[in-house]
Design a protein around this ligand. Structure first.
Ligand code: ADP
Length: 285
């Protein structure tokens, strides 16, 4: 397996023909979309490509929630509920869990009020069946969607995952080389002891990468064919904050400053609260 980034520009994006603010249409469920469209930002890439890290930057910037199917599934395992018990062996082996289950979890999550202005999909879709369901869900909600493909060289992925530690309390990710905690082994934010994720063991990582190559990577062609806005971002070489700056400028270009301002301020949805706003989140630049 090799990295897919040879010759790829650092960020390339397919620009929309019109700003999202100018195009009221009808959703797949027949409802008029009007102007209150949620932003659906889909972070796509192999395990270790930085989806979780970039999601957290996007949450801070836009004030919309991250929907990580991996985190949701791990939470079920932590609680040892019926879903958790049914998936724990698969997840520990690095295999994907059934499409119907993940589709249902995402369907329920994006119906929550905090997703009204938008959401970030991290780790979904991962199979053709999930991609088709996603198109249906997003179209029914009149979402303005953008797929961000984080392209990372295979060797970089291996070294990233082997140095990865996570806070079991707040989910913050650290890396021995690129993002070490201030005190070794301890979360900067809440002082919890960091852990290695069960499925970050070497043999499991290999299985996850294989699943990605076989089932998930081909979805790029699906996104191209369905005309989704696709941003290709080289996420191998630069630090996470520099990669994020390129994502920000590409999103401004693709979605437009006005639309992003509405997402951030919540103005598009009269009467909605604006979770996570503290006055410092602005569309910069
Ligand atoms: P990574 O992207 O680094 O593999 P995730 O936290 O996204 O990490 O996923 C961890 C595991 O959770 C996957 O290996 C798989 O078992 C399960 N999983 C997460 N998202 C999905 C999904 N959309 N479909 C099926 N299984 C999933």
């Amino acid at each position: 397996m090799t990295g897919a980034n040879a010759g790829t520009p650092e960020t390339s994006a397919v620009a929309p023909s019109k700003s999202p603010l100018e195009t009221p249409v009808t959703g797949s469920n027949g409802t008029a979309c009007g102007l209150n469209r949620p932003a659906a930002i889909i972070l796509f890439g192999s395990p270790g490509s930085g989806k979780g890290t970039q999601s957290k930057f996007l949450v801070q910037w836009l004030g919309i929630p991250q929907i990580s199917t991996g985190d949701m599934l791990r939470e079920h395992i932590r609680k040892s509920d019926a879903i958790g018990l049914s998936i724990q062996d698969r997840m520990r082996a690095g295999s994907l869990v059934p499409d119907e289950l993940v589709n249902q979890l995402v369907f329920e999550r994006i119906a929550q009020p905090d997703c009204a202005r938008g959401f970030i999909l991290d780790g979904y879709p991962r199979t053709p069946a999930q991609a088709q369901e996603m198109v249906r869900l997003l179209s029914a909600r009149c979402a303005e969607e953008v797929v961000i493909h984080l392209i990372v060289d295979y060797n970089v992925i291996i070294s990233r995952i082997s140095g990865r530690r996570v806070c079991p309390q707040c989910g913050t990710l650290y890396n021995a080389a690129s993002r070490p905690p201030k005190v070794e082994g301890i979360c900067d934010l809440d002082g919890t002891a960091l852990v290695i994720r069960d499925d970050d063991r070497e043999e499991v990582v290999r299985e996850r990468l294989e699943q990605y190559e076989r089932q998930t990577r081909p979805l790029i062609e699906f996104f191209r064919a369905t005309g989704d806005r696709l941003m290709e971002v080289d996420a191998s070489r630069e630090r996470p904050d520099a990669v994020f700056e390129r994502i920000q400028s590409a999103l401004r270009h693709v979605l437009g400053q006005d639309f992003l301002r509405q997402v951030i301020s919540g103005q598009a949805i009269p009467g909605q609260g604006v979770p996570g706003q503290n006055g410092k989140d602005q569309v910069r630049g």
